[in-house]
Ligand binder design. Structure first.
Ligand code: GMT
Length: 375
């Protein structure tokens, strides 16, 4: 198949998943064309069968903002026509589903039938999508897509509850690539970070408000009073500065390291004891899955799709959003009992294997075929 993938190229989960999916499809022999405004962060290096097409929006004195949607639609039409694409797979509804709808209609007018599949990832439904500035367009374009997938059962429920949906929606969970995310021997790292055998806690996110990174600091504060520990915070985003200042105020940042964006996050996960995810919204929790693949149990909230990944009392623990005492208490149960911690580490790996890319990829491939068979 010749597949056009449209996604955000940034550190967000939707862009990460879209990129990993595209690369895996290309490795299976499909021709994959990424169409977006910058090289996606996980598209490092050369991959046979992978093309990248940058969307360039020219500025003009009349535009306050360059009209990205129009530039993207034009690029999609150009690439689909020149490379004879079979289908588009667009990730994150806003604005990609509406743009794909436009591109599909322009191509149809030229006698080309290029269907599009929309994958809903989370905040395009739960936060941004229901904003009245976007809702009518999101609802219309979900219904007008040739195929729609969501990344969890929870997100499917949210979509059906928030919009008037007149079509099937297929659940295809997030996945993890074990060639990259697995426990490796990085003990020299551990010695450098935790020289006295302290426990190592880790959080990765894009530091948006809904990630509640300040809760991570508060959880850590409680834990560190009872068990010698270190905390690594990986990532960057709008809340980083505020949280770093808060951290300086409450604990002078002793034992807490802000590492910013890290490409080799799996090397840090490989030495971690617990992953902390106190999010207020999470359609799936890809970062938690990547941690579990590296044998790191997860202390998280019970929101959205997280319970489909992190099993309470087996692979970690679930708490209500904002209940930092409960999350700290749960973390301490594991940190104070080496045998239990090791059991949870093993359970986390077993659970993560259910989401191995080699199991999830065929579901996407079959769905592509199903949509193409209807054209
Ligand atoms: O929250 C992020 O980091 C980015 C966001 C996105 O849409 O780009 O991620 C969403 O998609 C991921 C991949 O499908 C999911 O694993 C995340 O749970 C989801 N984030 C939210 O729902 C907040």
């Amino acid at each position: 198949m010749k597949i056009g993938i449209v996604c955000y190229p940034t550190y967000g989960g939707s862009g990460v998943l879209a990129t990993e999916l595209g690369i895996a499809m290309a490795e299976k022999g499909h021709e994959v064309h990424f169409i977006t405004y910058r090289t996606p962060v996980r598209l490092a290096g050369y991959h046979a069968n992978v093309f990248f097409h940058e969307v360039e929006g020219d500025s003009y004195p009349l535009f306050e903002y360059a009209p990205y949607d129009t530039a993207l639609a034009s690029k999609m039409v150009d690439i689909a026509s020149f490379y004879s694409l079979d289908l588009f797979h667009v990730h994150y509804a806003i604005p990609h589903a509406a743009v794909a709808f436009l591109a599909r209609n322009i191509l149809k007018n030229k006698g080309l039938h290029v269907p599009f599949i929309t994958t809903l990832h989370g905040t395009d439904i739960t936060l941004v999508g229901t904003n009245k500035s976007f809702k009518p367009v999101v609802e219309f374009t979900i219904n007008a897509s040739d195929g729609v997938t969501v990344v969890s059962k929870s997100l499917k429920k949210d979509t059906l509850n928030s919009f008037d949906i007149q079509r099937d929606i297929k659940v295809i969970h997030n996945f993890v690539d074990f060639r990259r995310f697995r426990k490796t021997d990085k003990n020299h790292f551990k010695k450098a970070i935790a020289p006295n055998g302290e426990k190592l806690l880790i959080h990765t996110s894009n530091f948006r408000k809904l990630k509640r990174v300040q809760d991570v600091i508060n959880i850590f504060q409680i834990i560190a009073k009872e068990v010698p520990s270190k905390l690594l915070l990986i990532g960057d985003g709008p809340d980083r500065q505020r949280v770093e200042e808060y951290c300086r105020d409450v604990c002078q940042c002793i034992d807490v390291r802000f590492l910013g964006r890290q490409d080799a996050v799996e090397e840090l996960l490989a030495v971690a004891d617990l992953f902390i995810m106190p999010s207020a919204a999470e359609s799936f929790g890809l970062a938690a899955l990547e941690a579990m693949a590296c044998e790191v149990p997860v202390i998280s909230t019970n929101i959205g799709g997280i319970p489909e990944v992190n099993i309470h009392g087996q692979t970690g623990f679930l708490s209500d959003v904002g209940d930092v005492e409960d999350m700290a208490k749960n973390a301490l149960i594991l940190l104070k009992d080496e045998e239990k911690l090791n059991q949870f580490k093993q359970n986390a790996l077993v659970q993560a294997k259910k989401f191995d890319i080699t199991k999830i990829l065929p579901a996407y491939e079959a769905y592509y075929q199903e949509i193409l068979s209807k054209v």
